[in-house]
Design a binder for this molecule. Structure first.
Ligand code: AMP
Length: 213
């Protein structure tokens, strides 16, 4: 099962990707998480990526595509994977399609989680994440059991720097400009599955599983 998750920042890709990954027993690959791990470790890649991430821009394809293609060539990806946050541009999608085609493969589906912009802005303002295990919460909609503490690993929750309101608006603009055209790209390749991202965590997951069959 090779899956792609499309959708605006804050649509719930990360949360649903974790569940899909468990359900099908395939790795969850988030390019955003890979960049954040590099920033934390202070690598050269992290330093370069941080510059773009902090202003809500995309990290250049030249830094992103080979990193992702290398990741999906690793042993744990032989029976599939779920990509969360990649591709984010048409050139990235084309590179992925070409790389898979060279091995006689293709993705099975691109899932688009649809959420209106005004809901996204409200969600991101209340989002809190765990810096250690990556679990995601919302102060009102998905609160942790103990305020400010990760249910999974007990770490202190933080607000992602790129969830600051002004950065969210530029991330949304970047999404509409560069990533939304992927919906048409995957529709044209007969891979698109659309789900309503506003119904709640469980209903969204159920709709995804039902539509994937
Ligand atoms: P995410 O965690 O998916 O919201 O990604 C956080 C940030 O990492 C994005 O706003 C981009 O700056 C960067 N990023 C993640 N994935 C990609 C990608 N496929 N292409 C370019 N930039 C990316």
């Amino acid at each position: 099962m090779k899956l792609i998750l499309l959708g605006a920042p804050g649509a719930g890709k990360g949360t649903q990707a974790k569940r899909i990954s468990q359900h099908y027993d395939i790795p969850h690959i988030s390019t955003g998480d890979i960049f954040r791990a590099n920033i934390k470790a202070g690598t050269e890649l992290g330093k370069k990526a941080q510059e773009y991430m902090e202003r809500g821009a995309l990290v250049p394809d030249a830094l992103t595509v080979d990193m992702l293609l290398d990741r999906i060539s690793q042993d744990d990806c032989t029976s599939g994977y779920i990509l969360d946050g990649f591709p984010r541009t048409i050139p990235q999608a084309e590179r992925l399609t070409e790389a898979l085609a060279a091995m006689g493969e293709d993705i099975d589906a691109a899932l688009d989680i649809e959420v209106p912009d005004e809901v996204i802005v409200e969600r991101m303002a209340g989002r809190r994440v765990c810096p250690d295990c990556g679990s995601s919460y919302h102060v009102v909609n998905i609160p942790p059991k103990k305020e400010g503490i990760c249910d999974v690993c007990g770490a202190q929750l933080i607000t992602r720097r790129d969830d600051a309101p002004e950065t969210v608006l530029s991330r949304l603009a970047t999404y509409h400009d560069q990533t939304e055209p992927l919906i048409e790209y995957y529709q044209g390749r007969d891979k698109l599955i659309t789900v309503d991202g506003t119904t709640g965590l469980d209903p969204v997951f159920e709709e995804i599983i039902e539509k994937l069959g």
